[in-house]
Ligand binder design. Structure first.
Ligand SMILES: [Zn+2]
Length: 552
């Protein structure tokens, strides 16, 4: 996702999360949010009104128990529950402010699968954003991140529990309904003023509840055609389209002209596109863009201000289809596996589309966003197990620092090992969930390198190195270089690249291994005079660096 300019409302939720070591992963509970429960499928029926915010819902969840469980706890806020059925029979339940508690009879407490159906209704206050657009037409857009699915979907509302979903939406005529997955059917119901249109979409791959959405609005479709042919997991090609308010039709295709190439690039870099189709929608999301699986929602402003030309946002949200959507962070402190990847892969698109110098400019901007940050980067690690306000995790650690960490891994391991490791990580966890240790393990396996120290210093500690480089030359035969670390965020170990520039502008590159110590002294043999030293000329190190010549 990309944050919007507007102020985000604050949702607080307490999470008590531990950090696990790689060896502990296999034994770890995959569904720690509701232990023993694994939702396999959601069949969600939503009735939308002609106007206003009152909806009717009918949800059937297919649930597997992975351990003995006495009570099924579903998240659902605000709305009233009329009935609960367990395997088609009416069943008692308890309603709290935020959950539905469903006692399981002894016969259904042990492992096995059952179906629970919840019939509910009420005025939606969040999750499904019901509002009039600027032309006063009623529109409905799902906007669930991070845990707002529970405002309109009875769910196990946590990214650790992914499931397939079928959407059945009954809406007044004149609304286009788009959702995750493939379109199954569209059919007219009733006549006259009661006329409705039923639209059904089916997502056949498991996705996190924060990605389960519908759009119902007077949208018009702009077809981008079959794209990335031969690079789709479920079909031969990836059908793409853009849905906008009728009056925005004229801004299309805008930057969406390149969305076929963007999918093709990520699919050939990582793996085939994971979903049935990719729709891009003008929406009411509170974010700049939201990567809902197979149906990216962009903010309204992006189109109204004719910024539909923002290729960077399209690349970012599209990259999320692989990272975040298909491979999902199992726990919120590992959000960088989603946002850091989307940020870095958008920069990789820049490199592919506009070349190395545009890419270096992107990475320099990303580095500056990290080193200029005074709020989060200097006080908290990227894997932040302390912050409980999930919206606060949308910060420069998760996005920019996470992206730069990937860039340093790529620089250190080389393109072959790095991308092989990324592909291994993706394929192992595709349509499932992952933690940072899973990424580390894939990169270690492929590169044969031990990366424990790297992951520790860059992801589990705040800050970045602050370096002062002082150099002097003696008799045109050697160069003395002193590298001092401030130690403000501890000591770092990293490779440092230097460009030695002679008076004629000729450049010699050297790489120095800087150990985790306060001061490192190096003597380099040179022939002739050096006029200037540029540190990290290709923007490959996340650091704040000053260089000065001794005595000058
Ligand atoms: Zn994002």
């Amino acid at each position: 996702m990309l944050s919007a300019m507007r102020r985000l409302a604050v949702l607080a939720i307490a999470l008590a999360l531990g950090v696990v070591s790689p060896s502990a992963i296999r034994a770890q509970e995959l569904h720690p949010y509701r232990p023993g429960i694994d939702v396999l499928d959601y069949a969600l029926t939503i009735d939308l009104p002609d106007t206003g915010t009152s909806i009717k819902g009918d949800a059937t969840l297919t649930v597997r128990r992975t351990a003995r469980v006495d009570t099924l706890v579903l998240d659902l806020r605000k709305l009233s529950v009329q009935r609960v059925l367990l395997d088609d029979r009416a069943h008692p339940f308890t309603r709290t402010d935020s959950t539905i508690l469903i006692g399981l009879p002894p016969s259904r407490r042990d492992t096995g699968t059952f179906r629970v159906r919840v019939v509910y209704s009420g005025k939606v206050t969040d999750g499904l954003i019901a509002r009039r657009d600027s032309a006063k037409r009623w529109t409905y857009f799902g906007d669930n991140w991070p845990n707002r699915a529970r405002f309109w979907i009875p769910s196990v509302d946590h990214p650790s529990d992914k499931a397939t979903v079928t959407w059945t939406v009954r809406a007044p005529r004149g609304r286009t309904v788009v959702a995750n997955g493939a379109l199954v059917e569209t059919r007219a119901l009733g006549t006259g003023r009661r006329a409705r249109v039923l639209t059904r979409w089916r997502e056949s791959k498991p996705i996190a509840p924060y990605l389960m959405v519908i759009a119902a609005a007077p949208l018009v479709k702009f077809d981008l055609g079959q794209t990335a042919c031969g690079l789709a997991e479920l079909r031969r090609c990836v059908p793409q389209s853009v849905y906008v308010a009728p009056e925005q039709r004229k801004v299309l295709p805008g930057a969406f002209r390149r969305s076929g190439e963007i999918v093709r690039f990520f699919a050939s870099t990582v793996a085939p596109f994971p979903y049935e189709k990719l729709a891009h929608l003008q929406s009411a999301t509170r974010f700049g863009g939201m990567e809902n699986a197979g149906a990216i929602f962009y903010s309204d402003d992006l189109f109204r201000n004719r910024r539909a030309s923002d290729e960077g946002v399209i690349a970012h949200e599209t990259a999320h289809q692989w990272f975040g959507d298909a491979v999902t962070e199992r726990e919120w402190p590992h959000l960088w596996l989603s946002e850091g990847f989307a940020t870095y892969f958008a920069a990789l698109w820049t490199q592919h589309a506009r070349g190395d110098s545009a890419f270096r400019a992107d990475m320099a901007r990303i580095r500056d966003r990290v080193t200029e940050d005074t709020a989060v980067v200097r006080t908290r690690p990227v894997i932040d197990t302390v912050t409980t306000d999930l919206l606060e995790l949308l910060n420069r650690n998760s996005y920019e620092k996470g992206a730069f960490v990937l860039h340093m891994l790529r620089t250190d391991l080389g393109d072959n090992s790095f991308f092989a490791g990324i592909r291994d990580y993706y394929i192992r966890h595709k349509h499932g969930t992952a933690l940072t240790a899973d990424l580390q393990s894939s990169l270690e396996k492929v590169s044969g390198r031990s990366l424990g120290g790297f992951f520790e210093q860059w992801l589990r500690r705040p800050g970045y190195p602050e370096l002062e480089i002082t150099w002097s030359d003696s008799a045109l035969t050697s160069l003395s270089i002193a590298i001092t670390q401030s130690g403000r965020y501890g000591l770092f170990e990293f490779p440092l690249r230097l460009s030695l520039v002679d008076p004629d502008g000729n450049v010699r590159r050297v790489e120095v291994g800087v150990p985790a110590q306060l001061e490192t002294k190096i003597v380099l043999p040179v022939s002739g005079s050096v006029e200037r030293i540029d540190a990290d000329p290709d923007v490959e190190l996340l650091a704040r660096i000053t260089v000065k010549k001794a005595g000058s």
